[in-house]
Structures are given as structure tokens and as C-alpha cells.
Ligand binder design. Structure first.
Ligand code: KG4
Ligand code: ZN
Length: 352
């Protein structure tokens, strides 16, 4: 079945085509076309995402992107078997554009529309890489809005085992980057600056590192960085040193909690997904821990770390294969917990 995937939860319009017949042996072979329009330049001058502008831009971009992927794959809408779209979580107006487009098109074609959870898209995106993980695995989901550890036993079988009690890791990158005058989106810019920073010039807090749980806390980083800035950061080198300390603190905690999750679940595979999984320092530290502790670690291809249509098309195809599709009507879920897809409760027995 050929599935069209549409992602519009925030500031990227992503569209892709996934053919599950071609992806039987290796899922990435099923991804026959994908296209993305990033709104970063449009939002840049406001220092962050302006929801109304985001929705309007998705309306402008989707028809062209859909036409482009169909043409580049040599297909037409008549070949589609289903249309998957991001139902949530995300910005309400932006989600409505994708949901409205997908369900209207599906209704017109008489094919199912499949509602996809944005984080499920991220979580399954490493399966589209050259060496995909097998189930079960532990997933570290690190995006702009979420930081979660999940036990993943199969498609739709997710148990939350830890999460941030306040800011997400991506949010911590973005907010501290803003304080350092790096603009939006902050994560990649902060990481680039951190590469020129001197190690151990500043020591930032690592809240909940020794909490004995798999939960995270990142909101204290802003305050700590703010007090460093108030002490004066005229020098470029000092800003780089602070950026280095921020990246160090965030990645330290993410690695420590991931290792703890691997020990407590006894699993041998860790999957990292979401925008922050593109971070090179995080990748090299996790790779080092993995070889030390004896587990394997998997990431999405770099171009599929941040929001994209491919992960939605693929998650939709997985859902369709298990008979989970809707045919009429639609709703959006701007706030939606991934764990609610399957097991609503937190796993008992998080490590002590
Ligand atoms: O998954 P994503 O594209 O969108 C959400 O679902 O939120 O993640 C975006 C987040 C932003 O906070 C961005 O700053 C962060 O991912 N990010 C990075 C890097 N690339 C993206 N953070 C650190 N280092 C990076 N290289
Ligand atoms: Zn995302």
C-alpha cells in the first residue's frame, strides 16, 4: 500500500510517500519520496515560532509539496492507499491544516485517513535508517517539547518509564541559546558555538542526576546561565565556554539516565529520536557509553532527526498494517501523551 504522510505540527511542512511493499525487508527502501519546507527563516525575525504565521504557511506549502512528491515518485493520487497525518501534539492551527488537508483528500479519494502521534513518528524514525533496530528497545525521545524514556515492545506498545518534570532538553538548548543571543532555533547554533568552548570553565547544575529515578529536570539551567551572563559575557570566548558548559550538562544527564534505563530494563538496544538526537556530542557520548556497557545504540538518519513527513508516512503505514485507520471525520489533539496510545499507566518498578 502506498501511504502519503503529512506533517504540520509546528514549523516544518513535511510530505512523504511510503510504499510498504518495497519496505518489507528494509523499511528505508519503502520511502520513495519526501520533501520538506522549513519555516525557520520566516519565524527568525520574531525570535521564535509565531503560530498564526505557521498555520498560514502550511496552507501555502502543502499543495506544492504533495504535488512534488507524487511527481518525483512517478505516481498520482489515484495510486494512494491511505493518507497519514500528524494529529498531535503540536500547535492547534498548524495541526488543523495537515488534518484538514489529509482527511479531505482521503474522503475525496475514498481511502482511509490515518491519525498519527507526532512522537510515535519520531520514535519509529530510526527504523528508516540503514541499520534499523529490532524490537524491543528503550527509546530516548528528545525533541523541542518532550524528553521521555520509553520501553518499546513493538508498534503501539509503549510504556513511559521516565520524563522531564519541567523543560524538555530541546527547550533547554533553545532557551539558553536565546539568553546567549543565538536566536531561533537555538539547539544547532548553541552546539556549533559549544564546539569552540573550553571545557570545565563553568560548571552548571545537573538536577535530578542522582534522583534514583528516570526523570529529568532542565529548567534550572536557564537561571544558572542567566547568572553567568549577568556576571558579564562580552567576550566571544566566554560565550562559547558557557555554551560548552550547557551542552555538557544536558548531554551528561541524558546519557546518565539512558544508561540507567538500559540497566533497569535489561534491554540491549537504545534508540534515540527527536530533534536533539542530531546533536553530535550526545551521539559520541552515547556511543562511548554503549561500547562500555555493552548495548547497541540507534539514531535516525541526520535529515530525519527533526520534524519531517517521512516518519509520519512510515508510522501511518505501520498503523495501517495493523488495521488501525479512520475513514471519516477528524479531530486534532494539541496535547496528547504518547503513553496513552497503548498502556496508560507508568511502568511500575522504575529503578531505585
Ligand atoms: O523533534 P523536533 O524537530 O521538533 C519537536 O518535535 O519539538 O525538535 C526540535 C528541537 C529544538 O529544540 C532544536 O533546538 C533541537 O531539537 N535540536 C538540537 C539540534 N538539532 C535540533 N539540539 C541540539 N543540538 C542539535 N544539533
Ligand atoms: Zn518533532
Amino acid at each position: 500500500m502506498l501511504v502519503l504522510g503529512i506533517e504540520t505540527s509546528c514549523d516544518e511542512s513535511g510530505v512523504a510517500l511510503y510504499d510498504d511493499a518495497l519496505g518489507q525487508a528494509l523499511p528505508r527502501d519503502g520511502l520513495i519520496a519526501h520533501a520538506l519546507h522549513s519555516q525557520v527563516r520566516m519565524h527568525e525575525e520574531y525570535g521564535g515560532v509565531v503560530p498564526e504565521l505557521a498555520s498560514r504557511d502550511h496552507i501555502r506549502r502543502l499543495p506544492g509539496l504533495i504535488g512534488h512528491v507524487l511527481k518525483s515518485a512517478g505516481t498520482t493520487v489515484a495510486d494512494l492507499g491511505a493518507i497519514a497525518y500528524t494529529q498531535g501534539p503540536g500547535l492547534a492551527g498548524a495541526l488543523l491544516v495537515g488534518a484538514g488537508t489529509a482527511t479531505a483528500l482521503a474522503y475525496g479519494l475514498g481511502i482511509p485517513a490515518i491519525a498519527v502521534h507526532h512522537l510515535e513518528g519520531h520514535l519509529l524514525s530510526p527504523l528508516l535508517s540503514c541499520s534499523p533496530p529490532k524490537f524491543p528497545f528503550v527509546a530516548l525521545l528528545v525533541s523541542g517539547g518532550h524528553t521521555q524514556l520509553m520501553l518499546v515492545e513493538g508498534v503501539g506498545r509503549y510504556t513511559l518509564i521516565g520524563e522531564s518534570v519541567d523543560d524538555a532538553a530541546g527547550e533547554a538548548f533553545d532557551k539558553t541559546a536565546k539568553l546567549l543571543g543565538l536566536g531561533y532555533p537555538g539547539g544547532p547554533a548553541l552546539s556549533r558555538l559549544a564546539a569552540t568552548g573550553r571545557p570545565n570553565r563553568f560548571k552548571l547544575p545537573r538536577p535530578m542526576l542522582d534522583s534514583g529515578t528516570l526523570d529529568f529536570s532542565f529548567s534550572g539551567l536557564k537561571t544558572a546561565v542567566l547568572s553567568l551572563i549577568r556576571a558579564g559575557i562580552d567576550e566571544t570566548q566566554v560565550r562559547a565556554d558557557i555554551a560548552h558548559a550547557v551542552e555538557d550538562a544536558i548531554t551528561d544527564v541524558l546519557v546518565a539516565k539512558s544508561r540507567r534505563a538500559m540497566t533497569s530494563t535489561g534491554l540491549a538496544r537504545l534508540v534515540v529520536a527527536g530533534g536533539v538526537s542530531a546533536n553530535r556530542t550526545l551521539r559520541s557520548r552515547l556511543d562511548a557509553s554503549a561500547s562500555l556497557d555493552g548495548f547497541d545504540v540507534f539514531y535516525p538518519e541526520l535529515e530525519l532527526c527533526t520534524d519531517n513527513g517521512a516518519m509520519i508516512a512510515y508510522a501511518g503505514a505501520c498503523r495501517a498494517a495493523s488495521g488501525d485507520a479512520q475513514s471519516l471525520g477528524f479531530e486534532i489533539k494539541p496535547r496528547w501523551n504518547l503513553a496513552d496510545l497503548a498502556t496508560p499507566s507508568r511502568q511500575s518498578g522504575t529503578p531505585s
